[in-house]
Design a binder for this molecule. Structure first.
Ligand code: BGC
Length: 392
């Protein structure tokens, strides 16, 4: 098959996938109507051909199989692309930047034109991105930003500052009076998103620490900085250094237990916990739930992982921030299509990665708690009611 035909088929498959996904989105989130119009003229040849060569046009690298969040992304990519008869290769880095680089090299050697990559470590991934760019591969940073390199063409993300702000706001909305114990936890310092989430949370929580609503219990660095409304990256690093979960269940559990051991009964009672994501929220909730001096806890999360949605239904986790992965996948595919066509993908803004302003498209996030699990996660078709018990 000629190169031209291969590219044509790839585009066709991707456009169909993008269109199918677009059709799934609620009206407010639907992207340019152009995607709806495209398949009519181009659909037929794709069905005839469904070529093996086409499978190598796009390669996807995700950080780890060990967190349900990234299995969600794998599933949604597969749903979108294989439905269109397109065999995409998705590789996992298993928390290892060296494996990530080897994955990228393997995809380059197979001739990918577009690399969609969610870096394990935002800075370490720069080398892999540069290797891809040197071979003429376009690099789409997916969910997490690759830092300190110009070898990133585009960034597809959720509004990560809003994620943190919604977590912080949830705690505020449930607190009354003053002196409420506040425990802060963060993601991995190697992940740029950990800073964005913390920045968003701090933006709403700091005024409530300053006015006495909350008292920070587990970070001396945060206490030192508690009168500063806006923190520099270095200042955030200091706090994150004390309260990082490293996105790891066991690290989160051990840290929470250590914090509970270091504090007294007077620092407990009804407590408020900023947990950065669902995996760590469940670990931290288990630790706080087991402490007899904790009479009630509010704990945040994000990702709407199935296990956490069940925790929310069971009253063990207070909320999650739902990031509809279907939207992210759809945006990534639309960007891949545009880049394959030699066009500029739609961008709604840009993110400074330390070396360039990376054009970005970002999508909205939704707070989910017991009250709206049904309307947001089930009625939207994201999950099925049968995946949970005790759902009303
Ligand atoms: C993602 C979160 C995820 C976390 C841990 C972040 O970069 O945005 O959705 O929970 O990494 O994998």
């Amino acid at each position: 098959m000629s190169k031209k035909v291969t590219l044509y088929v790839v585009l066709t498959a991707l456009i169909i996938a993008a269109s199918a996904l677009t059709a799934c989105q609620p009206a407010a989130e639907t992207a340019a109507p152009a995607a709806e119009a495209a398949p009519a003229e181009v659909a037929a040849p794709a069905e005839e051909a469904a070529p093996a060569e086409a499978s190598l046009a796009v390669g996807i690298v995700l950080p780890t199989k060990d967190e349900p969040r990234w299995i969600q992304d794998e599933t949604r990519f597969k749903d979108a692309l294989t439905t269109a008869g397109y065999d995409v290769e998705i590789l996992f880095s298993q928390g290892d930047s060296a494996k990530e680089k080897a994955n990228v090299e393997s995809l380059i050697s197979k001739g990918v034109k577009i690399l969609i990559i969610c870096p394990q470590d935002g800075t370490a991934a720069a080398a892999a991105a540069e290797e891809a760019a040197a071979e003429g591969v376009k690099v789409i940073s997916y969910d997490r930003l690759i830092r300190d390199t110009t070898a990133v063409d585009y960034y597809v993300t959720f509004d990560s500052i809003a994620v943190g702000a919604q977590q912080g706001q949830y705690l505020i909305d449930n607190a009354t009076g003053t002196g409420n114990p506040l425990y802060l936890y963060a993601g991995a310092a190697s992940d740029n998103n950990a800073f964005l989430f913390f920045e968003g949370a701090w933006s709403v929580l700091q005024p409530k620490v300053a006015d006495g609503t909350f008292v920070i219990k587990n970070s001396s660095e945060a206490v030192t900085l508690q009168d500063k409304a806006e923190l520099t990256r270095d200042e955030m690093s200091k706090i994150i250094g004390q309260v990082s979960t490293n996105w790891d269940f066991n690290t989160a559990k051990n840290l929470a237990e250590a914090n509970l051991t270091a504090t007294t009964a007077a620092d407990k009672g009804e407590v408020f916990i900023l947990a950065p994501n669902d995996g760590t929220a469940r670990a931290i909730a288990d630790a706080f739930g087991a402490d007899t001096d904790v009479t009630k806890y509010y704990v945040t999360g994000q990702d709407a992982e199935i296990a956490s949605v069940q925790y929310i239904i069971d009253g063990k986790q207070s909320m999650t921030v739902w990031k509809d992965v279907r939207t992210l996948v759809s945006d990534a595919i639309a960007a891949a299509v545009a880049l394959l066509e030699g066009n500029t993908p739609n961008a709604s803004g840009a993110y400074d990665n330390g070396a360039k302003e990376v054009p970005a498209i970002q999508s909205a996030v939704v707070t989910v708690d017991k009250n709206n699990v049904m309307s947001e996660l089930i009625d939207s078709g994201y999950y099925e009611a049968s995946q949970f018990t005790g759902l009303e």
